[in-house]
Design a protein around this ligand. Structure first.
Ligand code: FPP
Length: 231
């Protein structure tokens, strides 16, 4: 969700004004997914590196998350949205971490839309925590080192119980992954758009979906094989 700061600067307003506008785009994106039958949405709300931003911006973002949780969870629950936070939650203030855990517990049985919100998340952190957890399983004698392969490591990674990611969208014009879901997007289609996050509306999302629909997903196979499989 890149581009909040630039969106605000264009309007001669502080960066936090852009984050507030970004929050509205989060809401409309969730509504779009519900309308379009999209069953999983993962948002990169705060990276492990974002702590390095000016302290007032970090605290404004935390305040925004806290208020959004208080305001939106009921309604999302009513829509059948399952909320999950992925990332190192222990770094957050206890009040915020408690709200995040309560939102996850409350919506745990919902199935209409998996809404994953990455906070204090980094793709390298994710792979590292999976490695540490599998090392613990080795230490406990539950698995032998020689048995470790991709299939056995995968369950320790975030989002392991969800479908593979189809489409990765980055707004704001930069063409890089910035340490988001590294393992999980091995076969995702990547879509970069110059649209700043607060301007990412239904029309912009439709453009991304149309682009995605035109891609040929080969998963390492040839075009001919894919055509034969499609019958
Ligand atoms: C990146 O834009 C955006 C963020 C670091 C924060 C994302 C947060 C929100 C959209 C607010 C609400 C989210 C939830 C889940 C309630 P940037 O600040 O890096 O923009 P810039 O590249 O233009 O400076």
């Amino acid at each position: 969700m890149d581009g909040n700061g630039r969106w605000a600067r264009k309007r001669l307003r502080p960066r936090t004004f852009g984050h507030h506008a970004g929050q509205k785009a989060v809401r409309s994106t969730i509504e779009f997914c519900l309308r379009r039958g999209i069953t999983a949405l993962t948002l990169f709300a705060f990276s492990s590196e974002n702590w390095q931003r000016p302290a007032d911006e970090v605290s404004a973002l935390m305040e925004l998350f806290l208020k959004a949780l208080d305001r939106e969870v009921n309604e999302l629950h009513g829509y059948g949205v399952r909320i999950r936070f992925i990332g190192e939650l222990s770094a957050f203030a206890p009040a915020l971490a408690a709200r995040m855990n309560a939102a996850m517990d409350r919506t745990a049985a919902n199935t209409r839309l998996e809404l994953n919100i990455a906070v204090n998340y980094g793709g390298r952190w994710d792979i590292t925590q999976a490695a540490a957890r599998i090392a613990r399983a080795v230490q406990a004698g539950e698995i032998a080192v020689d048995q470790i392969d991709e299939r056995r490591l995968e369950p320790y990674l975030c989002l392991a119980d969800q479908a593979p990611i189809d489409l990765f969208i980055r707004t704001g014009g930069e063409q890089r992954l910035s340490n988001f879901l590294l393992w999980q997007i091995a076969y995702a289609e990547i879509y970069f758009t110059a649209t700043l996050w607060p301007d990412f509306d239904a029309a912009a999302f439709e453009l991304a979906l149309a682009d995605f629909a035109g891609r040929e997903r080969r998963f390492g196979k040839t075009s001919a094989q894919i055509a034969a499989e499609a019958g």
